[in-house]
Design a protein around this ligand. Structure first.
Ligand SMILES: *Cc1c(COP(=O)(O)O)cnc(C)c1O
Length: 355
C-alpha cells in the first residue's frame, strides 16, 4: 500500500488468474486452454498480416470481425461488439449495462472475476446460491434486480442450463439486462444467441480463448440488441478506441471462418472429456456432469488441496479454489488423450490404485 495510490486502487481486490508457470514439460491442466493449437489457417492469416501496415492503427471497430461473427451466427454486424478478450467485453458490460440502483445478481459459485468488476466499478451485487448439486436455479432470480449474469456452462462447475430455462428467465425478467457468458458453450451447450432477436434485454458474450485455441491473441465478443451494443461502444470509445490490433482482428476472422477445424477439435475434446470422467469415477472421484472443457471433481477420502499438491510434484497442474462450498473440489482442464493418460497414471500412484 502506497500513499500514491488512489482511494479506488486501495479498495480493490484484484482477480488472481491461474498460474502460467515458466517450467518446461508441465502437464498444464489449470486454466482451460485448448490443448490443440489454433487452426493452421489462423497461422497463415497472421503471417500475411505481418507487414508494413502494422505501422497504421487498426480498424477501431473491427468491422471484418463483426461481419464474420454475424455470418457465423446469422446476426447483423450492429448486433456484435468485439473486444480484447471476453474479460474486457465483460468489464465494459458491467460498467455500461449492469451498474444500477438495484443489486446485480449472479450465482455464489461462478467465475470469480464478477465480484472483482463490481469492486472496480462500485456495483452492488447479490449472490444467489446454486443447488447442492451446483445447478443454477432460475426461479431464484425472479426478484427485482439491476441485472443478472451467469456463465453457461457455469464455471468452475461445468453444469449447463438448457436454452428453454434461459428463455423462461427472459420471459420473467424484462426490466434488466441478462448476460450469458458463453466461454465454454461450444463444448456442449446451446448458444443463447438464438434468442437475441426475441429478447432485447439479452446479451451473450463469447471468447476465442477456449474453443478456438486463441487465449494468447485476446479476442472476445458480445451479441445482442443494437442498443445494448451501443452502450458497450460508448464505454469502449471512452477507454481505448483500438482494443483489437491488426493481428487479433485477422487471426480471429480466420478462426471463425475455419468451421471444419473448430468442429473437429471441439469433438475431440468432448470425447476425451467423457473418457477422463469415466476413468476418474473408476478411481472413486465424484465427477459433476460437464458441458465444458474441464471437469469438476471431488474425492470423498482425499483432501483436494493435498491432491493438487501431490499432482504438482509430478509436474501436473490443476486448479484448486480456496472457497467455501468448493474447497474439496479440483477443476481439471481436458487436455489431449496423452495428457489425460499422464494425469490418470499419476492419480493411480497417488491414490495407491493397483491395476
Ligand atoms: C475464460 C473465461 C473468460 C475470459 O476469457 P478471455 O476471453 O480469455 O478473457 C470469461 N468468462 C469465463 C466464464 C471464462 O471461463
Amino acid at each position: 500500500m502506497s500513499n500514491f495510490w488512489s482511494a479506488v486502487v486501495r479498495g480493490l481486490t484484484p482477480y488472481v488468474p491461474g498460474e502460467q508457470p515458466k517450467v518446461a514439460n508441465l502437464v498444464k491442466l489449470n486454466t482451460n486452454e485448448n490443448p490443440y493449437g489454433p487452426s493452421p489457417k489462423v497461422i497463415e492469416a497472421l503471417q500475411t498480416e505481418l507487414k508494413d501496415t502494422l505501422r497504421l492503427y487498426p480498424d477501431p471497430n473491427g468491422e471484418r470481425l463483426k461481419k464474420a461473427v454475424g455470418e457465423y451466427y446469422s446476426v447483423q454486424p450492429d448486433q456484435v461488439f468485439v473486444g480484447n478478450g471476453s474479460d474486457e467485453v465483460l468489464a465494459h458490460t458491467f460498467l455500461g449495462l449492469l451498474k444500477h440502483e438495484l443489486p446485480l445478481f449472479f450465482p455464489d459459485i461462478t467465475y470469480s472475476f464478477y465480484p472483482v468488476y463490481c469492486g472496480l466499478y462500485g456495483i452492488i451485487y447479490k449472490t444467489v446460491p446454486v443447488s447442492e448439486s451446483f445447478e443454477i436455479k432460475i426461479e431464484d432470480y425472479h426478484q427485482p434486480n439491476g441485472g443478472i449474469i451467469f456463465p453457461n456452462p457455469n464455471a468452475p462447475t461445468g453444469r449447463v442450463l438448457p436454452l428453454a430455462a434461459i428463455a423462461s428467465l427472459l420471459e420473467r425478467n424484462r426490466d434488466s439486462v441478462v448476460v450469458v457468458d458463453e466461454a465454454y458453450v461450444d463444448f456442449g451447450g446451446e448458444s443463447a444467441i438464438a434468442l437475441v432477436d426475441r429478447y432485447p434485454q439479452l446479451l451473450v458474450i463469447q471468447t476465442l480463448s477456449k474453443s478456438r485455441s486463441l487465449a494468447g491473441l485476446r479476442v472476445g465478443f458480445a451479441v445482442g440488441h443494437p442498443e445494448l451494443i451501443e452502450a458497450l461502444e460508448r464505454v469502449k470509445n471512452s477507454f481505448n478506441s483500438y482494443p483489437l490490433g491488426r493481428l487479433a482482428i485477422c487471426g480471429a476472422v480466420a478462426a471463425i471462418e475455419d468451421r471444419a477445424y473448430f468442429d473437429q477439435t471441439c469433438r475431440m475434446i468432448i470425447r476425451t472429456r467423457e473418457d477422463l470422467a469415466r476413468n476418474l469415477r473408476n478411481f472413486g472421484f465424484e465427477v459433476l456432469p460437464s458441458a465444458a472443457n474441464f471437469v469438476f471433481v471431488r474425492h470423498p477420502e482425499r483432501d483436494a488441496a493435498e491432491l493438487a499438491m501431490a499432482l504438482r510434484e509430478k509436474s501436473i497442474i490443476v486448479r484448486h479454489f480456496k472457497q467455501d462450498r468448493i474447497d474439496q473440489y479440483l477443476r481439471i482442464t481436458v487436455g489431449t488423450d496423452d495428457q489425460c493418460a499422464v494425469l490418470c497414471k499419476a492419480l493411480e500412484q497417488i491414490l495407491g490404485i493397483k491395476r
